[in-house]
Design a protein around this ligand. Structure first.
Ligand code: DGL
Length: 277
């Protein structure tokens, strides 16, 4: 039976997670919802994020028949995973635990840095997930990065400079606390698009972790018969049976134009839906 997987994000940044899922589970049927009308989630309260995310999850399960949900949005995973689990009756996987797990595997010093939206940082969900794995995490909000990526400024010198400033501040704070951080977790859907900038900006030897890949690995464990190992030679970007439908609550044209950058292939025709207020 072809698994039906729903992938949710506040916008289309979560397509980086869908991209990783396609490599691991190429034979699944995917519905992706970007709540573009209400993006950004990263500057909103827990209550509002929980309401929006629960509505979105219900759409994917009740109307698209998803039997498994991947919450690609770090902010929704950090603040609303319980609300989403209460709203639907299918298994729900967020990105925080897989991201922390990848940090644990990467770090030898036990000290990690996490960058994310304001709401994610304020929730300290990454710090808690890291602490549960014996890691010490220092988190920093980088609120200017989502709008820059949304604007398509991924190769822009202004973006590079802002990344350098954020990481410089984070390094200084880590040093003041006596941390020897050897891992940087990209705790936001949009940051993998700036991965090269981060890699240039961090100290040599610091590993940059993108939770998309570890989330796809965790999702694949739910579907053992369907899994493809991307390291094992031929990589089906999408199997013959792969079906992807993308939905957005606004800005369909922008989603179609910029979404391919996140997905690494065309997103096709994006369907506009209305989830109410
Ligand atoms: N998807 C959000 C996240 O990963 C970033 C965009 C937003 O703030 O809504 O945290």
């Amino acid at each position: 039976m072809t698994p039906a997987i729903g992938v949710f994000d506040s916008g289309f940044g979560g397509l980086t997670v869908l991209r990783a899922l396609l490599e691991r589970l190429p034979g699944a049927r995917y519905s992706f919802l970007g709540d573009t009308a209400r993006l950004p989630y990263g500057s909103k309260s827990r209550r509002t994020i929980a309401r929006y995310a629960a509505q979105s999850a219900r759409f994917l399960v009740d109307e698209q028949g998803a039997e498994f949900l991947v919450i690609a949005c770090n902010t929704a995973s950090a603040l609303a995973l319980d609300a989403i689990q209460d709203a639907v009756s299918v298994p729900v996987l967020g990105v925080i635990e897989p991201g922390a797990e990848a940090a644990r595997a990467a770090s030898t010093s036990g000290d990690v840095l996490v960058i994310a939206t304001d709401a994610t940082v304020q929730s300290h969900a990454y710090a808690a997930a890291c602490r549960a794995r014996g890691l010490r995490a220092l988190e920093k909000a980088c609120p200017l990065l989502v709008p820059l990526v949304e604007e398509g400024w991924t190769g822009h010198p202004v973006t590079d400079e802002i990344v350098n400033i954020y990481l410089g501040e984070l390094r200084a704070e880590a040093a003041a606390r006596g941390m020897r951080a050897d891992t940087l977790v990209l705790g936001c859907t949009h940051y993998p698009l700036l991965r090269e900038v981060f890699e240039r900006s961090v100290r040599p030897g610091v590993k940059v972790i993108d939770s998309a890949e570890s989330t796809a690995q965790a999702a694949a464990r739910f579907f053992p018969g369907e899994t493809h190992d991307p390291g094992a030679g031929h990589a089906p970007e999408a199997g013959p049976a792969t079906e992807i439908r993308c939905f957005a609550t606004d800005s369909v044209e922008k989603f179609e134009r910029l979404g391919s950058r996140f997905l690494g292939r065309s997103v096709g025709a994006v369907e506009l839906i209305d989830l109410g207020g």
